[in-house]
Ligand binder design. Sequence first.
Ligand SMILES: Nc1ncnc2c1ncn2[C@@H]1O[C@H](COP(=O)(O)OP(=O)(O)O)[C@@H](O)[C@H]1O
Ligand SMILES: [Mg+2]
Length: 383
Amino acid sequence: MSIEQTSPNPGASGAAKPRVAIVFGGRSSEHGISVSTAASVLRSIDRSKYEVLPIGITHEGRWALVDDDPARMSITDGKLPDVDGIAGSTEGQVALPGSPASREVVWSEPGAAPKALGEVDVVLPLLHGPWGEDGTLQGLLELSGVPYVGSGVLASAVGMDKEFTKRILESHGIGVGSYTVVKRDWETEEGRAAARTRIAALGLPLFVKPCRAGSSIGITKVKDLADLDTAIDEARRHDPKVIVERGVEGREIECAVLEFEDGPRASVPAEVLVGGGYEFYDFEAKYIDSSEVRIPAELDADDTAEIRRQAVAAFEALGCEGLARVDFFRLTDGSWVVNEINTMPGFTPISAYPKMWEASGLPYAELIDRLLQAALRRSTGLR
Ligand SMILES: Nc1ncnc2c1ncn2[C@@H]1O[C@H](COP(=O)(O)OP(=O)(O)O)[C@@H](O)[C@H]1O
Ligand SMILES: [Mg+2]
């Protein structure tokens, strides 16, 4: 694949270099991962092309100013970094422009006059999970009229919701596994009985998941219906809406999609090889133990072409923008089903998404550049 260079695109602030607000941390359980991702981006972003304003969101949701110092934002002694630990002030807040009439970002502290932090041309939201990847932050940026990297409100919200992702994909003829959804119906005797009947019809094993979560949090593999209630209760601790899926037998293959000037393109695919006696790619297998991600996946040319076609089709079906990682299962009969779509996939240099692009000829710094250029090309609002 040939990847042509992008040229700098001066932003609306009129400055020679577009000013990028890198937003990270946040209220989700993936806070620490997000901070260390931001450290990697701060180290790699092309400073000759972009000015940078790092903004950390604390666990409580306060937008704090942090120094442009990646060394303080990295994993040290096995401990994940934390915005509260690196924020300069414990009280002040960064506020986005209140309307599209201005691009001015403001710093305010109790008892002091607000201070202008200058204009921002584009936001790079490096946030995973709820309040970041789910359309809420995207809505705030739409109201402010500041362009941002990645999918808009609808695609972000749909991509976060495992039920609606499947419904949209199904309606576009893209394969998904069988599933059913349990909501507040689980709270009444009749509701539970009806849900158990629907679930039993799926067959075993089952995967019980919070409908809107990530990092395998709250997911249980159920091999015996006697364990179903415990699994549903566990998933409901994270989300009142639970999806129960039929467990599929097959290989786990992922594909990275990125928006180019002429539309989305798919990378070489990767295969997740869950080792070490893990039943599936759960939290420990992902982050603590070493599961291998093989890039490129060992697939023949036809399979590779097919998964890349389907990854782009899934990206377009959901109306994604910028980037997404589409995760598939290749079933034993050779057919494909989509497991899920991540609109802000893991983005450290050793995460699968950047590595798939690197293997496709696009190094990390250029990937960041492409994402920012795609965001600067489009405006906010209906598009
Ligand atoms: N229907 C399924 N059949 C087989 N394995 C599954 C199924 N659903 C999930 N898994 C396993 O569980 C892991 C986590 O599930 P996933 O839906 O990707 O949740 P998350 O959004 O937390 O990553 C997958 O990577 C896969 O290993
Ligand atoms: Mg997953």
